[in-house]
Design a protein around this ligand. Sequence first.
Ligand code: ATP
Ligand code: ZN
Length: 225
Amino acid sequence: MSDSNRLRIAVQKSGRLSDDSIALLKAIGIKLQIRDRLLIAHSTNQPIDLLLVRDDDIPGLVMDGVVDLGFIGENELEEKMLERQAAGKQHEYIELRRLDYGGCRLSIAVPNEFNYQGVQSLAGKKVATTYPFLLERFFKEQNVEAKAVMLTGSVEVAPRAGVADAICDLVSTGATLEANGLHEEDVIFRSKAVFIQRAGELTEAKQSLINKLLPRIDGVIQAKE
Ligand code: ATP
Ligand code: ZN
């Protein structure tokens, strides 16, 4: 549990969600001094600390109550929620806002020579992915007997390497797929960044600070629309 009086917010250290998340915090008036390579950054005008970590760690940090808030992609959040639920671990959180960045889709893609006639074509096949829980849930919903093969990287080379017949990966433009002789067939999950809070009660001071920040976030989101 977070015992400090300062609000702790987990943000991706370096990646697709980092700049937009930090820009949003700055836009709502939080002054930050972020120094390279440090895990923690202190706000100079609010009782707020940022924890700069890998995005994969953010859902667990929030669900374990190590941080109060986090910015994370729904894909990562939902996957970790399912994983922790299956393992009987804490998996609760509160979604405060859905944000207007980090948009991507988790899709099934197959080699160009694969004769794909819908998800049933995956029956008896192996599908490489970094999101086995989301993929297995999709298979179950679709009544397809296929196998999710977990790979944490280089998912798009799995078919060529003979490790899997198809893949399920994040797509935004499709350029990476094309470069690997694959094409997108079915979208299984649409994701954006979200702002989440840990379950359970926070101190009154922390909660009232959050309640002050939320309308400012709404203001920034509306100003962009
Ligand atoms: P880390 O080192 O923090 O683990 P990462 O390589 O896992 O970084 P990024 O590639 O920075 O993660 O992606 C972070 C998140 O950004 C994704 O989980 C997803 O929610 C979002 N995202 C938006 N567009 C894309 C995209 N085209 N490809 C992958 N992720 C995307
Ligand atoms: Zn990651």
